[in-house]
Design a protein around this ligand. Structure first.
Ligand SMILES: Cc1cc2nc3c(=O)[nH]c(=O)nc-3n(C[C@H](O)[C@H](O)[C@H](O)COP(=O)(O)OP(=O)(O)OC[C@H]3O[C@@H](n4cnc5c(N)ncnc54)[C@H](O)[C@@H]3O)c2cc1C
Length: 534
C-alpha cells in the first residue's frame, strides 16, 4: 500500500457496514461546511455519497473515505476546514463512538489510527494548521515556544524576524511592534505576545478539561516513557486515568534525536516519534492527558490523595504514579542563565539542530545522551567539540556510540576538559575551556553549547510526603525503610505512602533507560489494581 493510500484509505463495503450503527447519516449541500478550523465538538465523517474536501489540502474524499486526525481522539480543535464538494451524504461518528470503534474493532482501528498519524505528520511537514510563530533565533522564549509546539506535535509556521522578509508584513497586519516578539498568532486571529506554554496550550485547546469533582482511579504525574506506559496500561485495563505533564509528552526521551537500543526498532526511532505514538495509544484507550500543567504539591495526609496543580486546582485520585523523571544538572557558570536558549541548550532535537547552521558547537558530557547528540549534530554543525571531565568515554558511553565518534572527522573529543566561562552579547559567541590535567587553556568561537551533564530528580514538589534517598530519588518496595504504615509489605515500586508508586528515572536505583522506564510504568499498574481492591 502506498503512503498516499494509507493516509487517505477507502473502507470497503463490509467495513462501512460495521460503522453504520455507530454514526448518524447527514446530508450536506455543495459548499456546506462539515467542520471549521477551530471546531472541537464534531466527530469523524465517513463519506457515503458525493465528496468532501479540505482547505489547503488537495485530497478529495469519496465513498468509503473518512475525515479526522489525532485531534479527533483527544477532542482537540480541528486544524483545517472541511466542506462538501457537491451534495453529499456522510456518516458522523461522535468522538465517544470513535473511541469504541478503535478499541473494539482491530481492523478499523489499524486503518484509522495509521491514517490519523500519517495525516498529522503531513500537517506538520507542510506547516498546515492554526499557529504562526514570529520570533528570533537569538531569543530563548522563541526557542521555548518552538520546542513546545514541536514536542506536542502541533503544526506551525515559523517566521524569523532576522531571516524572513515577509515577517514585517505579518507584524504590520496585526499592528505588532518588533519589541513584542516572540508572538504567537493563534487560530488566525488571537495574538499572544510572548505567551507561557500554558497560555499557548489554552489558546490551541490542547487540553481537555480536568474534572475537579471526580476521584480518578489513577493519577500519573509526568508523561515521559514511564508515565505514558502507565497511562496506556491503566486506561486499557479500564481504570480512569489522568496524566499531568509540565511540558510535552516524551520527557527526556522526547529530546533524543534517535533511540537505537529500544526493543523492536532496529533502525532506531526519534524520541518524539515514540512519544507521539504512545500519546495516541494512551488516548485511544481513554486516558486524559493534560499538558503544560504541573503537579505542585501532593496532599498526602488523607485519602483519596489530592495532587495540587500549579493553578491551585486540586485533583483527587485513589492511586498515584509518580513518573516525574529527572532534569539536567547545570554547571556553575555565572552567566549561564543569560545564554540559556540563546546558545546554551539541554536537548538536541531537530529544533536545536536547525540553529547550528555551519557553526562550531560544543557538547559537554560523557554519557549516552551526549554521544547521541554528538553523532546527530555532527551532520548539521561545522565541527563538534565533545568535552568530558574524565579521561575518556569508555566507562560512561555505549560502545556503538564511541565507535561512531572515533570514526567521525567532524567530532573532536576533548578529555579532562571543563568550560570555565561563556562570552557573548545577545547570543553566545565564545567558550573558554581548560584541560584540568595539563593546565592548557583556550578560547574557541563556539556559539552553541549543549549541556548533557547528568541529572537530578524532579521530587521537590513532594515536600516530605515520600521517603527519598540521599540524592532525593524516591525509595520504593523493600528500600522504603521504617516509615511504612501498613501490616502488608509495600509492593514493588510502591513508595512509603500506600497507593503511591514511583517509576522510571525518578525512582531510586532505576536503570535510566527508556525500556526500563516503560517496563516500570507498565508493571506499576498491576500493583495499582491490588491497591484499588484493598
Ligand atoms: C538526550 C537523551 C537521549 C537519551 N537516549 C536514550 C537512549 O538512546 N536509550 C535509552 O534507553 N535511554 C535514553 N535516554 C534516557 C531516557 O530518555 C530516560 O531514561 C527516560 O526518558 C526516563 O523516562 P521517565 O518517564 O522515567 O522520565 P522522563 O523522561 O524524565 O519524563 C518525566 C516527565 O515528567 C514531567 N514532570 C516532571 N515534574 C513534573 C511535575 N511536577 N508535574 C508534571 N509533570 C512533571 C517532565 O516534564 C517529563 O516530561 C536518553 C536521555 C536523554 C536526555
Amino acid at each position: 500500500m502506498s503512503e498516499q493510500d494509507a493516509t487517505f484509505p477507502k473502507l470497503n463495503e463490509a467495513q462501512i457496514a460495521r460503522l453504520l450503527p455507530f454514526g448518524e447519516k447527514i446530508t450536506k449541500e455543495a459548499g456546506e461546511i462539515l467542520f471549521d478550523q477551530g471546531d472541537a465538538q464534531h466527530g469523524v465523517f465517513v463519506v457515503l455519497e458525493g465528496s468532501v474536501g479540505f482547505e489547503l489540502i488537495p485530497d478529495v474524499l469519496t465513498r468509503g473515505m473518512f475525515t479526522g486526525e489525532v485531534n479527533q481522539l483527544s477532542g482537540r480543535r480541528s486544524l483545517v476546514r472541511c466542506q462538501a464538494r457537491e451534495k453529499s451524504t456522510v456518516l458522523e461518528i461522535s468522538r465517544a463512538n470513535l473511541q469504541r470503534v478503535v478499541q473494539d474493532d482491530a481492523e478499523l482501528s489499524e486503518i484509522m489510527l495509521r491514517a490519523f498519524l500519517l495525516r498529522r505528520a503531513h500537517l506538520i511537514q507542510n506547516a498546515v494548521g492554526d499557529a504562526v510563530l514570529i520570533g528570533s533565533s537569538h531569543s530563548a522564549d522563541t526557542l521555548r515556544l518552538q520546542g513546545f509546539l514541536s514536542r506536542n506535535g502541533h503544526p506551525h509556521t515559523y517566521l524569523d524576524v532576522e531571516r524572513d522578509p515577509d515577517t514585517q508584513t505579518v507584524l504590520d497586519q496585526f499592528a505588532i511592534p518588533l519589541t513584542d516578539i516572540p508572538v504567537l498568532i493563534c487560530r488566525g486571529t488571537l495574538v499572544l505576545r510572548n505567551p507561557s506554554n500554558a497560555e499557548a496550550a489554552e489558546c490551541f485547546g490542547l487540553n481537555a478539561g480536568i474534572d475537579e469533582q471526580s476521584v480518578y482511579d489513577l493519577m500519573v504525574v509526568g508523561a515521559g516513557p514511564s508515565g505514558l506506559a502507565a497511562a496506556v496500561y491503566g486506561a486499557s485495563e479500564g481504570l480512569s486515568v489522568l496524566v499531568i505533564e509540565t511540558n510535552a509528552p516524551g520527557g527526556q526521551a522526547g529530546s533524543s534525536s534517535r533511540i537505537e537500543n529500544y526493543l523492536g526498532f532496529p533502525t532506531g526511532i526519534s524520541g518524539q516519534e515514540l512519544a507521539g505514538r504512545a500519546f495516541v495509544q494512551a488516548e485511544k484507550f481513554g486516558a486524559k492527558i493534560a499538558i503544560a500543567r504541573s503537579a505542585r504539591k501532593l496532599a498526602c495526609l488523607k485519602t483519596p490523595y489530592a495532587v495540587e496543580l500549579d493553578d491551585g486546582v486540586a485533583v483527587r485520585a485513589r492511586s498515584v504514579i509518580v513518573a516525574a523523571g529527572v532534569q539536567y544538572r547545570k554547571p556553575d557558570l555565572p552567566n549561564l542563565g543569560q545564554f540559556e536558549g540563546a546558545g546554551v541548550y539541554y536537548g538536541a532535537t531537530a529544533v536545536e539542530a536547525r540553529l547550528c547552521g555551519d557553526e562550531n558547537i560544543a557538547i559537554v558530557g560523557g554519557g549516552n545522551s551526549a554521544g547521541q547528540a554528538a553523532v546527530f549534530l555532527s551532520a548539521h554543525a561545522r565541527h563538534v567539540y565533545l568535552m568530558v571531565r574524565g579521561p575518556g568515554l569508555a566507562s560512561t558511553m555505549s560502545r556503538y556510540l564511541i565507535s561512531r565518534i572515533e570514526a567521525s572527522r567532524e567530532i573532536t573529543l576533548m578529555t579532562w576538559t571543563e568550560i570555565e566561562a561563556l562570552e557573548g552579547g545577545a547570543q553566545l559567541e565564545r567558550v573558554h575551556w581548560r584541560n584540568k590535567q595539563t593546565g592548557e587553556a583556550g578560547v574557541y568561537d563556539i556559539p552553541h553549547v549543549f549541556l548533557m551533564t547528568g541529572a537530578c530528580p524532579n521530587t521537590q514538589w513532594l515536600e516530605g510526603c515520600l521517603a527519598l534517598d540521599d540524592k532525593q530519588f524516591i525509595r520504593t518496595g523493600a528500600e522504603v525503610g521504617g516509615e511504612w504504615p501498613l501490616k502488608r509489605s509495600p509492593y514493588l515500586l510502591e513508595t512509603s505512602l500506600p497507593g503511591v508508586f514511583a517509576v522510571g528515572d525518578v525512582r531510586a536505583g532505576s536503570m535510566k533507560r527508556v525500556a526500563a522506564a516503560v517496563g516500570e510504568g507498565s508493571m506499576a499498574v498491576q500493583f495499582v489494581h491490588k491497591v484499588l481492591a484493598e
